[in-house]
Design a protein around this ligand. Structure first.
Ligand SMILES: [Zn+2]
Length: 145
């Protein structure tokens, strides 16, 4: 069953898939967390020319068990990640290297177009964005993985 969150993003894309099985994105967070996150992704998507965007396999919600298994497998993931709170997304953009996507998002943020963006990470194969809480206006947590 597919359920759209926004025009181009499905609820199922944000499910946690780990040793504890497929755990759906928590229903109680959809309105306050996933909807604003996906709305921000839509703004990014439109700015990048409506290119196809895909959430990576572990790029949405992550349960404690999934984070533990990723750590055990040697992945460099944060144990207190925003993914556990359902506030983060790792994604790829068709036909655009992550470094280009990252640069465009940074420009948008600096132009005040992504007011909810609290964290921006650049990895070899994808870009991370999150809408973490309690971020001073204009402040952005940034890192490269
Ligand atoms: Zn991430």
């Amino acid at each position: 069953m597919s359920m759209p969150v926004t025009q181009h993003f499905e609820l199922s894309e944000f499910a946690s898939r780990g040793a504890d099985g497929v755990v759906p994105y928590p229903a109680e967070w959809i309105t306050d967390r996933l909807l604003p996150l996906c709305s921000m992704l839509e703004v990014i998507r439109a700015t990048l020319g409506d290119r196809w965007m895909e959430v990576t396999p572990h790029g949405g919600y992550r349960t404690d068990a999934l984070v533990a298994s990723l750590l055990a497998a040697g992945h460099r993931v944060a144990s207190a990640t925003q993914h556990k709170q359902g506030r983060a997304c790792d994604f790829i953009v068709e036909g655009m290297p992550p470094s280009d996507v990252h640069a465009r998002i940074l420009s948008m943020q600096q132009a005040g177009r992504l007011p909810l963006l609290g964290g921006l990470g650049l990895y070899a194969k994808f870009v991370h964005v999150d809408i973490r809480e309690k971020v001073p206006p204009g402040h952005l947590a940034r890192w490269e993985g």
